[in-house]
Design a protein around this ligand. Structure first.
Ligand code: 5RP
Length: 227
């Protein structure tokens, strides 16, 4: 289904903004909202600010998101204090029509996966460039406990990937990121499980076991809804 905007040939940023704006209709009145991380999620936060008096507050998937929410005067609620989270809205680095994703380009994958696990509905918002047939062109982020960095890198190499340490980056959880190139991601559910079983891996950026429930894809012609 394509919701036509008046404007055509939207730029990538306009596509992100349109997808983020379209997600507002899925936010139930009086509820908490889970909020992702990144430039598309930032557009969602800006849109959420316009209805902030209609929601209870937000659960943030990163420190950066928490700060932006607070700047807009949106109350940030700890996940442990959220007994009901109807919806989580976040971007993706790659997404398929099966609603499997690669996430973590911004390094927030672990908290994103936790908040997504709690939420009843995951709404992915993305521009057209993120839609792919097969995941894996974007290097897969893997969050790693620092002392396990070399071991995990060796194990990933045995799986056929080429891990590169994200230099100068520490996650909100005090860990490192390995960005893994050239993985064959024919079976994202299986690979997500396999990678998470390596000792020292906190989590990986495949969101396939719990994919999105809905994709709002900003295109040049408007926002396409994919379920
Ligand atoms: C952050 C993420 C983001 O959702 C992903 O990187 C997409 O970012 P952007 O909306 O800036 O393209 O997973 O960890």
């Amino acid at each position: 289904m394509l919701q036509h905007n008046l404007q055509i040939n939207m730029t990538q940023d306009e596509q992100k903004q349109a997808a983020a704006q379209a997600a507002i209709q899925y936010v139930p009145k009086g509820s908490l909202v889970g909020v992702g991380t990144g430039s598309t999620a930032n557009y969602f936060i800006d849109a959420l600010a316009t209805i902030k008096h209609q929601i209870e507050g937000a659960v943030a998937s990163s420190q950066a998101t928490a700060e932006r929410l607070k700047k807009h005067g949106i109350e940030v609620v700890e996940l442990n204090n959220a007994d009901n989270l109807p919806v989580y809205v976040d971007g993706a680095d790659e997404v398929t029509r099966h609603l499997h994703m690669i996430k973590g380009g911004g390094g927030a994958l672990t908290r994103e996966k936790i908040v997504a696990a709690v939420a009843r509905k995951f709404i992915c918002i993305a521009d057209q460039s993120k839609l792919v047939d097969v995941l894996g062109n974007f290097p897969l982020p893997v969050e790693v406990i620092p002392m396990a960095r070399s071991y995990v890198a060796r194990e990933i190499a045995l799986l056929g990937g080429q891990p590169a340490l994200r230099v100068g980056f520490t996650t909100d959880n005090g860990n490192l990121i390995l960005d893994v190139h050239n993985l064959n991601i024919a079976n994202p559910v299986e690979l997500e499980t396999t990678l998470n079983q390596i000792a020292g891996v906190v989590t990986n950026g495949l969101f396939a076991r719990r994919g999105a429930d809905l994709l709002l894809l900003g295109t040049q012609q408007g926002v396409e809804t994919i379920k």
